[in-house]
Design a protein around this ligand. Structure first.
Ligand SMILES: CC(C)(COP(=O)(O)OP(=O)(O)OC[C@H]1O[C@@H](n2cnc3c(N)ncnc32)[C@H](O)[C@@H]1OP(=O)(O)O)[C@@H](O)C(=O)NCCC(=O)NCCS
Length: 176
């Protein structure tokens, strides 16, 4: 098994098409524009015998909270093409290694039904955090319903700061 780590602005058309198609198959729609909105993101492809088995991304996000600014990597676009064969878990281990190498924390949002998967991959599930995130750009984007927040501490212990009080957490990009 091989891992390819690729900067968003270096993705090939074929890689973008592949992810678009997988998202359509998975969700019936694709809300991501990889070409336009993910140029700064880092993509992870797990490849075996020339075929991609799982992929995901980390997106640089600036957050402001209690008058302080922090950098975090947003975990998103996690899909195992073939499910139940351990590919998702290997991918999440590769992403943990990357976060540790960058000394940065990873944060993502997920449906309650998938939280267990991330927990099995060694990520923390943080309750009550998702509705504290907001993105203001003309109008305010906020998650209406509570979602699971998955977290991995890559060394900066960001979560202990975010849990100091219940203030809103502003992001400089739309919620990923
Ligand atoms: C979620 C997903 C990435 C998991 O990938 P996968 O390759 O099927 O998972 P793995 O085979 O590596 O499973 C790892 C462990 O998690 C468990 N697991 C996998 N999917 C799970 C789920 N949906 N709920 C609970 N546990 C799950 C497995 O049983 C396994 O447990 P074990 O380590 O005790 O054996 C995959 O199902 C997927 O692509 N789903 C659709 C897209 C999606 O929902 N992505 C997440 C967006 S937040």
């Amino acid at each position: 098994m091989q891992t390819k780590i690729i900067q968003g602005h270096e993705l090939t058309e074929a890689q973008i098409d592949f992810m678009n198609n997988q998202r359509l198959t998975e969700y019936g729609e694709n809300t991501k524009d990889f070409k336009k909105n993910e140029r700064e993101s880092v993509f992870f492809f797990l490849v075996e015998a020339d075929s991609t088995k799982a992929f995901g991304l980390l997106k640089p996000v600036g957050i402001t909270y209690a008058d302080k600014s922090y950098r975090v990597l947003g975990i998103a676009n996690i899909i195992a093409v073939e499910k139940g064969k351990g590919y998702g878990k290997v991918l999440m281990q590769v992403i943990k290694n990357y976060l540790t190498s960058q000394n940065m924390s990873g944060i993502g949002f997920c449906d309650a039904t998938v939280c267990e998967f991330y927990a099995k991959c060694g990520y923390q599930i943080i309750d009550g955090l998702s509705t504290r995130f907001q993105y203001i750009h003309g109008q305010r984007e906020k998650l209406d319903a509570e979602r699971g927040v998955i977290y991995f501490d890559g060394g900066d212990a960001l979560i202990s700061k975010l849990l100091e009080n219940d203030d809103l957490i502003s992001t400089d990009v739309p919620l990923w």
